[in-house]
Design a protein around this ligand. Structure first.
Ligand SMILES: *Cc1c(COP(=O)(O)O)cnc(C)c1O
Length: 382
């Protein structure tokens, strides 16, 4: 981030009403270097050449929107986010399409959720059109970084944080809105593997009236110890229960859960209802639509650990999977709990799990028609 206007131009787009989008000439890595990194990008390890940054000050609103070189930020050590976690984020992906264009998936839903997250953390909202402009501008500028290998994507991370230098506890008067981009490899490069999950009975993720239904940074900080506990117990992921009764299954790590009842064409799906302590996932919402379209009824209701355990035992629950933007769909293969371990399904990914996973990936990568207008083409700057 630099204050110099040298080598920059004001693009034809504006970030929001009266705020031009300034595009700087950024140093670019060579094609050789980029190709090398895109061969095996992993997740969240490498970042593209540019980033988007806009500033906010109370009274002034959003200002100084620019695409600038990816690099360290300078902020005051007393910046509010560093102390009180007034910070929110989003996660979405850009997909190379078969016709050579690039598309993001339901970015309007991320923009809307970002607005809700901002309201909960007493932060100024980024206008939804400005959020979309920022994401598009970054993807367009760093289009060469959208990988084209099987199931590879460009992961986008928009976030907003309080940067006012002040240690008093109140909503800050200064914020940054930033978007960074990171190429991501296929989540399961060696084939889809079911995960083993650990029921968190010591720690909770979210309580009624808390921040569980928004994407704020603090939710993740508070989840790390339970995730470590899960790993220490030989599991891959933590499963969160409701805070009040510790009876109902809510989420797996940072993903929503689905249960398959029955099998074949008559299989039905159940997913925990959005009680206010669950994060309303866009993948969850998309899968509800896709499953219904394929003739599988979907019910949103509470699911208890007892129902899960007995359903698996009597064969009524045949598959369980988790879903989110990063991994799309991850099958659950076994559960560990103080109250007794139990296997889920056959140990192989279930058929409906895989059918839904393939279908959603096919929509995102443009391999089947996009019947819901979920794909948003990223326009090229004129
Ligand atoms: C982001 C997130 C999800 C998944 O949401 P998507 O929009 O599908 O990526 C689920 N649970 C939590 C806690 C999350 O933070």
């Amino acid at each position: 981030m630099t204050d110099t206007l040298a080598d920059s131009r004001t693009s034809s787009r504006s970030f929001s009403e009266g705020v031009p989008l300034v595009v700087e000439d950024v140093p670019r890595r060579s094609t050789t270097e980029r190709t090398r990194l895109l061969e095996d990008p992993g997740f969240g390890r490498y970042f593209t050449d540019s980033m988007f940054v806009a500033r906010y000050r109370t009274g002034e609103g959003w200002y100084d929107a620019r695409l600038t070189a990816y690099g360290p930020l300078q902020m005051d050590p007393s910046a509010a986010t560093l102390h009180y976690a007034q910070s929110i984020f989003e996660g979405l992906k850009a997909y190379a399409q078969p016709d050579g264009t690039v598309a993001t998936f339901r970015p309007e839903s991320n923009a809307a959720r970002f607005t809700r997250s901002a309201a909960r953390l007493a932060m100024p909202p980024v206008p939804e059109a400005a959020f979309l402009t920022a994401v598009d501008a970054l993807v367009d500028a760093d289009r060469d970084w959208v990988p084209t290998g099987p199931d590879q994507t460009l992961y986008l991370r928009p976030y907003e944080m309080a940067v006012e230098p002040f240690l008093g506890v109140r909503p800050a008067d200064e914020y940054l809105f930033i978007v960074i981009a990171s190429p991501a490899g296929a989540y399961f490069p060696r084939g889809v593997q079911p995960v083993t999950v650990y029921l968190s009975e010591d720690y909770i993720r979210a309580a009624p009236g808390g921040t569980g239904d928004v994407k704020c940074a603090g939710n993740y900080a508070a989840s790390l110890l339970a995730q470590e506990q899960a790993i220490a117990a030989g599991c891959d992921q933590v499963v969160w229960l409701d805070a009040m009764e510790k009876r109902y299954v809510e989420e797996m790590g940072g993903m929503n859960l689905f249960f398959v009842l029955g099998s074949g064409a008559d299989a039905e799906l159940v997913t925990p209802e959005l009680t206010g302590t669950l994060l309303p996932g866009i993948t969850r919402d998309s899968l509800i639509t896709v499953a219904r379209e394929q003739g599988h009824p979907v019910t949103e209701r509470k699911v208890s650990v007892d129902e899960w355990r007995s359903g698996v035992a009597d064969g009524s629950i045949t598959e369980t999977f988790a879903c989110g933007t990063a991994a799309v769909i991850t099958p659950v293969g076994a559960v560990k709990a103080r109250t007794g371990d139990f296997p889920v399904g056959t140990g192989e990914p279930g058929p409906l799990t895989m059918q839904l996973r393939t279908h959603l990936l096919d929509i995102q990568h443009g391999r089947v028609p996009d019947r819901h207008g979920w794909l948003h083409r990223v326009a090229s700057a004129a």
